[in-house]
Ligand binder design. Structure first.
Ligand code: NAD
Length: 464
């Protein structure tokens, strides 16, 4: 049920009261919060799986791998490292300030708002939460209204597992989120589209609230590894069609040289059949499109393309087969000026364009002609080509010979750059994003060298 304006204000002030009480600061309380989150997941796995199935036709294996498992790994990582992260550390002091001592003392920020999208409705809400709890903050969670079962389940479970009000949930869509954004937070983590990201950042500016924006865009892939064609194709289709392509870091399109297009297309077709069978609609492991609006958008993207694999669709089920397309024309342009929307807009669904470019260098130019992507995938056996992409493009991350897997590495920062986002989270990077590293200095009064910095200078300036 959507929350009212008064509910929303009370929810946020309630979270602030808990924070101000100091209850979430001790390490023991942070660890207890992380364990409560873990219990919420492990004791309700079946309910989470059912909700994810209902919202997105996410099968149990995929739900475990990409949602429940990812969050549990993040919690485990935080529990293992929490003590080390939270230690205050010695800070350097320049000679001119001696004698003096400095420490860097991490402190929690306060109340963190987490706004999540629908595509990984559990992971993208609860992964940041693990960092919020580790940092000793309190949280207000805003799950996506487009994943209603998962949203309702989280709203029901959170009060039971966090009866002290450390974590609170506000359900709803645009009006509720707008109301939430009018409140003051100490940090906002937003995952979603660039358009809404701008709205969030504007609202945050009113309160000078720092933001972490996890946005989207077109993540490119490059393929030239003839020796590992089938393996690369398997990894490409897995990365692309997991969650029916509704993944922010899914390869949006794959570039290769014109002579490789036929073999790559065939290999992609074989790999799709290997992973989801000859009729993916019957596979318990193949997802559905979140709603009719997205379904219609994706199906209309196929107009004017050559569908070379898949293309079957059924609106009643919101089923769109894993689909590979090519574009007519010698070298179709990719980017903001592309003639076809499939090469211009983020696809965010199970449609993979294979785009012919003359060389890896030209692929680099394609990437650079445009917004910086969230991820870049390179399938090559050439170290020189790997370096070429690493050194001459900018993206949230680069992964060689695979897709998506960097999301599961809690030790690595996850985030975009430029239009694909700002700030990063996961593991220690979450903890950092939701903490303030406060320098604390002490200058003993006894040996008063500060006198040298105080007037009258007698004509001699003193440099510290
Ligand atoms: P979205 O931006 O439409 O919605 C995200 C959240 O914002 C939802 O909770 C929604 O209720 C809220 N919202 C929507 N419109 C709003 C408005 N006008 N004012 C205030 N709040 C509003 O995104 P989506 O459709 O849920 O997700 C798809 C997008 O998210 C894609 O662009 C995708 O690439 C991106 N994404 C990024 C990541 C990442 O980690 N970088 C992960 C998943 C998805």
């Amino acid at each position: 049920m959507p929350s009212t304006t008064a509910d929303i204000a009370a929810t946020v002030s309630g979270a602030r009261e808990v924070f101000d009480s100091g209850a979430t600061r001790p390490l023991a309380a942070r660890a207890a919060g992380l364990r409560a989150l873990r219990a919420m997941l492990t004791e309700n796995e079946a309910a989470f799986e059912a909700a994810l199935w209902s919202d997105l036709h996410k099968g149990s294996g995929e739900a475990q791998l990409t949602e429940i498992g990812v969050v549990l790994a993040e919690i485990g990582h935080a529990l293992r490292h929490l003590r080390r992260w939270s230690r205050s550390r010695r800070g350097p002091v320049p000679l001119g300030l001696w004698p003096a001592r400095a420490r860097l003392v991490p402190e929690p920020l306060g109340v963190v708002l987490v706004i999540a999208p629908w595509n990984y409705p559990m992971q993208l809400l609860l992964d940041p939460l693990a960092g919020v709890l580790a940092a000793g903050d309190t949280a207000v969670l805003k799950p996506s209204e487009l994943a209603p079962e998962t949203s309702a389940l989280i709203a029901r479970l959170v009060p039971a597992y966090f009866p002290d009000g450390t974590v609170r949930v506000v359900q709803g869509g645009v009006p509720e989120t707008t109301e939430l954004l009018a409140q003051r937070f100490d940090h906002i983590v937003f995952t979603g589209s660039g358009t809404v990201g701008r709205i969030v950042m504007r609202a945050a500016a009113e309160h000078l609230t720092p933001v972490t924006l996890e946005l989207g865009g077109k993540s490119p892939a490059w393929f030239d590894d003839d020796a590992h064609l089938d393996q690369a194709a398997r990894r490409l289709v897995w990365a692309k069609f997991t969650n029916a392509g509704q993944t922010c870091v899914a390869p949006d399109y794959v570039m290769t040289t014109p002579d490789r297009v036929p073999a790559l297309v065939e290999a992609l077709g074989r790999a799709i059949a290997d992973l989801w069978g000859s009729d993916p609609r019957a596979s318990a492991d193949y997802g559905r499109i979140v709603d009719e609006r997205q379904f219609d958008r994706l199906v209309s993207l196929l107009d004017g393309t050559n569908v070379v694999v898949g293309g079957e669709h059924d609106r009643t089920e919101r089923y769109l087969a894993p689909t590979v397309v090519t574009l007519s024309g010698d070298r179709p342009s990719v980017g903001p000026d592309a003639a076809h929307p499939v090469l211009r807009d983020e696809i965010f669904g199970p449609v993979l364009p294979v785009v012919a470019v003359d060389s890896a260098e030209q692929a680099v130019d394609v990437v650079n002609a445009w917004d910086k992507p969230l991820a870049l995938y390179v399938f090559t056996s050439s170290a020189r080509t790997r370096r070429l992409f690493e050194q001459h493009t900018s993206s949230g991350a680069v992964v060689h010979d695979a897709g998506l897997i960097h999301v599961a590495a809690s030790g690595l920062p996850f985030g975009g750059v430029g239009a694909s986002g700002m700030g990063a989270y996961h593991g220690q990077y979450s903890w950092k994003a939701f903490s303030h590293l406060k320098p604390v200095l002490r200058k003993p009064l006894a040996f008063d060298t500060l006198r040298l910095a105080q007037p009258p200078f007698g004509g001699f300036g003193t440099r510290l």
